[in-house]
Design a protein around this ligand. Structure first.
Ligand SMILES: O=C(O)CCC(=O)C(=O)O
Ligand SMILES: [Fe+2]
Length: 310
């Protein structure tokens, strides 16, 4: 089955109210997508292509600077926010059995006033990224509400565990990714732009500049995600699968290399939604299939498993 495209217009950020009828129809569409594929394209979310382009443009300006300019913002150099900051090229392996991913990234996890931000050539970076973070937060909360409705749950069930997105006590992250041109003669065996992985938290919003993303289907085969202009790709992450007793599925995905000779760059923006650190996540179907876990505890374990001591 391909990734469904759903019109989210009724719940768009431009709308204040949504009728019961619209909610029923939308929630059915999301439920089907999240149980069968784990991914959905949402059209008419209220987040415009111009907004996305602005974030990508300032991000690219940052990434194209020499490494010395980016070094002061390295991940791990922000006390109290270990995931915040710049991840240099080739360092991360989302699939630990492959060589390093051919990408660099900047994670925006902390919006605290004392955080140091890039300036100079990347003037405006802070304002553009933080305002996009807030837009993604608003959209995520709307999606979580429809998801709860689709499961016949109290609409607050997910929202009440996501009270502090963008504040202390919640590690939701806006990650801007840059994939430079691929020099095929230097690529190691098995190396990709981004190795197979599933995301950790509740849901992820993904905005991308071009094709290359593949999503694993039930059959085990990887399916190319098409370009759907203006749409936001939303996927279920691991903690949400656990939360729903495996009803919604979190699936592997990866980013392939471009064909030899194609020297284009690629960019994407991922908004990783995580529950609050203190939120207690119990299977929402009452099945107790998995023991309760706190949002913060679960994420810390996952980071430990994939990064070890680094
Ligand atoms: O760049 C992309 O299209 C996907 C990135 C991704 O899946 C991730 O960073 O978790
Ligand atoms: Fe991902």
């Amino acid at each position: 089955m391909s990734i469904p495209v759903v019109d989210f217009g009724a719940c768009s950020l431009r709308e204040k109210d949504v009728s019961e009828e619209q909610m029923i129809s939308l929630s059915k569409d999301l439920e089907t997508a999240f149980t069968e594929v784990g991914f959905v394209f949402l059209k008419n979310t209220g987040i415009t292509q111009e907004e996305v382009d602005r974030v990508m443009a300032i991000s690219k300006t940052f990434f194209l600077q020499p490494d010395e300019e980016k070094q002061p913002f390295s991940r791990k150099s922000f006390a109290g926010s270990p995931n915040h900051g710049w991840v240099s090229f080739g360092i991360e392996r989302l699939n630990p059995s492959r060589p390093g991913d051919l990408k660099e990234a900047f994670n925006i996890t902390s919006l605290q006033p004392d955080i140091k931000w890039p300036s100079g050539a990347a003037k405006g970076f802070r304002e553009i990224q933080t305002s996009f973070f807030q837009r993604c937060k608003e959209l995520s909360l709307r999606v979580l509400k429809v998801m709860a409705f689709s499961l016949g749950l109290d609409p607050e069930v997910f929202l009440s565990a996501h009270r502090f997105i963008g504040e202390e006590g919640n590690c939701s992250t806006l990650r801007t990714l840059y994939y430079p041109p691929v020099k095929h003669e230097e690529v190691k065996e098995g190396q990709l732009r981004c190795g197979e992985h599933s995301d950790y938290g509740s849901i992820t919003l993904l905005f991308k500049s071009s094709v290359g993303l593949q999503v694993r289907q039930r059959s085990g085969e990887f399916l190319c995600a098409p370009a759907v202009p203006g749409a936001v790709l939303v996927n279920i992450a691991d903690l949400m699968q656990r939360w729903t007793g495996d009803h919604f599925v979190s699936v592997l995905h990866r980013v392939l290399l471009p064909p030899p000779g194609d020297l284009s760059t690629r960019q994407s923006l991922a908004f990783f939604v995580q529950p609050d650190d203190e939120a207690l996540i119990c299977c929402c179907d009452g099945s107790n299939k998995y023991p309760p876990v706190t949002g913060g505890g679960y994420i810390a374990e996952r980071f430990k498993a994939s990064y070890g001591q680094n």
